[in-house]
Design a protein around this ligand. Structure first.
Ligand SMILES: [Ca+2]
Ligand SMILES: [Ca+2]
Length: 281
């Protein structure tokens, strides 16, 4: 009886811990989008920037572009910025959109809608996500198995901040004032790196590679696994899958989450679209 009660309490407890948020699709958009890799919300201009790889992720084909879409799912400007190869993760800072483009980091002047600068490093192979630290330095992951690294752009120079001895195929990034959160994809973990001394702590055993990484506003994260999973990581590090479109071959790439709108926006990569969901906890 005692064992039964303990078991019952454990189930109830697990039920509380894993209370499943409600997820409802609110819109989806295709309209010329091509191999959609990332979505980034510009809260000041109330616009979403969509990176379109257009073709293969490492092809230097010159056809990649960035689109502007409203948070309500209206296409505003399909080919807002063109002339890229395969744009992927991005971050906004001080009127600039920083976006990776294979082996270079491209700085776009948002108001001009033009490329303002390009930064690169000889060893860069597969630059992926971008985040901006509290001091304005731009951090960039290299997801290549041959160059696991996190770069730091400061004073116009890209330098290696963490190398392969500390990170394993890093992909998704998110920065707070104190920490850089990293989808350490090779290890299937979410880690955080303290900016001040580069001290590394594991946040969660995600059990999958983390492509997109966004805070939920309550200490947790929403993460994506490129093949098609979108998961919620609680502040305690518990992982629950919200959506799984792997079998339908609808990818879940570098997503965006807007906590005040409870709006989750997922780029579907080879499915050439963006899907938006309302999340109710
Ligand atoms: Ca391309
Ligand atoms: Ca990514």
């Amino acid at each position: 009886m005692k064992r039964y009660l303990t078991y019952l309490i454990m189930i109830c407890f697990a039920g509380l811990t894993f209370a499943q948020p409600e997820v409802n699709k609110v819109w989806e958009l295709q309209k010329g989008l091509q191999t959609t890799e990332s979505v980034n919300y510009d809260a000041e201009r109330k616009v979403l920037y969509i990176s379109n790889i257009h073709g293969q992720p490492l092809a230097k084909d010159g056809n990649g572009f960035i689109s502007q879409v409203s948070p309500e799912g209206k296409m505003l400007n399909l080919r807002w910025v063109t002339g890229l190869d395969a744009p992927k993760g991005a971050a906004i800072h001080d009127g600039k959109l920083f976006v990776t483009d294979i082996d270079r980091l491209v700085e776009i002047d948002i108001d001009a809608g033009e490329i303002a600068n390009i930064y690169t490093d000889d060893k860069a192979i597969f630059l992926n996500d971008v985040a901006v630290g509290p001091d304005g330095a731009v951090y960039v992951t290299d997801y290549s198995p041959d160059n696991s690294a996190i770069y730091r752009l400061s004073n116009g120079q890209l330098t290696v901040w963490l190398g392969a001895d500390q990170v394993d195929r890093p992909n998704g990034l998110y920065a707070t004032d104190e920490f850089l959160f990293v989808g350490n994809t090779g290890a299937g973990t979410l880690i955080k790196v303290r900016f001040s001394d580069k001290d590394i702590t594991q946040v969660a055993e995600a059990g999958m590679g983390i492509d997109g990484l966004r805070p939920t506003g309550d200490g947790g994260f929403i993460v994506s696994n490129w093949a098609g999973k979108t998961a919620w990581i609680s502040p305690d590090g518990d992982v629950q899958v919200l959506l799984n479109t792997t079998e339908q071959e609808i990818n879940s790439a570098d997503l965006e989450y807007i906590p005040e709108k409870q709006l989750l926006i997922i780029p579907t990569f080879f499915d050439n679209a963006v899907h938006a969901y309302k999340i109710k906890k």
